[in-house]
Design a protein around this ligand. Structure first.
Ligand code: PLP
Length: 393
């Protein structure tokens, strides 16, 4: 099947923290092939095509469960994105009230559901701060846990400053306190190794369209053994149709209606692409080589303020910066129009993080590298920032 593939050599796409682009060709072909050749519901029937769809879904559950170090692929559930998955966890657990510990690095996909649970259901929350380098001290999480704490939910990799939290140390604190521990892995799944068992993580929330290289519209949860997340929705599952309450067993427990099978078909190939590159750690290492070019360039340019990037350790290739005297949105427009550099400006859906790094209300400019970013893209980004900064010096 002929398909027109992205081929704009002149665009330097540095907005991979929003969504990775371009996607590997295998991802696109798999999604299109599934749509054309086997686009039927999984698990509902036994004719050949339905079995093919069910097998593809099973492969996806197995591959993602293995990627996160989960124990049971049936506990890998699919929803629509990280926001959807995080809502299931937060509303599921906090709708009856109680206390949740989170951080000031969170994305609105965590902050807003928590605030709704506070306003509407009387839940209480403690948002732990981060230090001047962008890291949350696991001991501060320990101090924030109360006898009525039901959930600790943290941003694993910041979509603003790129810092990666010590999930294993926070997991150990949660395990000791007997509190459920969930990570928002929207920015880390596929680029930072995650091992739920070693790190004492109970729930991983992921999205397909960032470093997992899948299409938009797929995300989900990998849920650990013995972890109970009450339903906050109910609906069709294709099985046990006479039952009038939603199923308790996984994966149905947290899946509602027909999944995005076309997206999942693409996602399987995204995970395979990561495997072919040598795995998650190898992808990270390769991206950090390009990140260093950005980092060196920013630090070497007068008038550029880079936030929380003292080191390249324990981080993803996501950087926020501002240029002296320039509005970040103006920088974004100039980068796009004059240099064909695509980036993201503003508050990046993380209002507390920007408040704490001192960039409220206008935010910052963000550059982010992905698995298909080239050296040409990052050198073009650095050259453009240097020229813009020189205009102000
Ligand atoms: C840290 C973080 N959490 C959650 C999300 C939400 O992801 P999605 O838009 O796929 O739901 C994002 C997206 O940018 C993110 O960066």
């Amino acid at each position: 099947m002929e398909m027109e593939l992205y081929s704009n050599e002149d665009l330097h796409y540095l907005d991979n923290a929003a969504t990775t682009f371009p996607k590997p060709e295998s991802v696109l072909r798999s999604a299109v092939k599934f749509c054309a050749a086997a686009c039927v519901n999984p698990g509902r029937s036994t004719f050949d095509l339905a079995m093919e769809a069910s097998n593809m879904l099973l492969t996806a559950r197995q591959k993602l469960c293995a990627l996160f170090g989960g124990t049971d692929h049936e506990r890998l559930v699919f929803g629509y994105n990280a926001t959807d998955a995080l809502n299931l966890v937060i509303f599921g657990l906090m709708r009856q009230g109680g206390h949740v510990v989170s951080t000031r690095l969170e994305h609105n996909s965590v902050l807003r559901p928590i605030h709704h649970c506070m306003d509407d259901f009387g839940a209480e929350a403690t948002f732990v701060g981060f230090d001047s380098s962008g890291y949350v001290d696991p001991q501060e999480i320990r101090k924030a846990i109360r006898p009525d704490t039901k959930l600790v939910i943290i941003n694993h990799g910041s979509n603003v400053i790129g810092t990666v939290q010590d999930a294993a140390a926070i997991g150990a604190v949660c395990r000791e306190a007997g509190v459920l521990f969930c990570i928002d892995a929207a920015q880390t799944a596929g680029v930072i190794p995650i091992d739920m068992q070693q790190m004492n993580i109970d729930v991983v929330a992921f999205t397909a369209h960032k470093s997992l290289l899948g299409p938009m519209g797929v995300g989900g949860l990998c849920v650990g053994e013995d972890v109970v997340i009450p339903h906050s929705r109910a609906g069709g599952t294709g099985v046990k149709s006479a039952q009038l309450r939603h199923l308790e067993e996984y994966p149905f427990r947290l899946e509602y209606g027909t999944p995005n099978m076309v997206g999942i078909a693409g996602l399987v190939k995204g995970v395979e692409y990561i495997e072919e590159q040598g795995g998650v750690a190898a992808v990270h290492e390769k991206e950090m080589v390009l990140a260093k070019i950005l980092w060196d360039g920013f630090r070497d340019t007068n008038g550029v303020k880079l936030y929380c990037a003292d080191t390249l350790e324990a981080r993803t290739p996501v950087f926020s910066f501002n240029i002296n005297g320039m509005d970040p949105s103006e920088v974004g427009t100039r980068l796009d129009v004059d240099y064909s550099v695509a980036c993201r400006t503003g508050l990046h859906c993380a209002p507390f993080a920007h408040e704490d790094i001192g960039t409220t209300p206008k935010g910052a400019v963000r550059f982010s590298v992905g698995p298909l970013t080239t050296e040409k893209d990052v050198t073009a980004g650095v050259a453009a920032v240097k020229e813009l900064a020189a205009e102000r010096n």
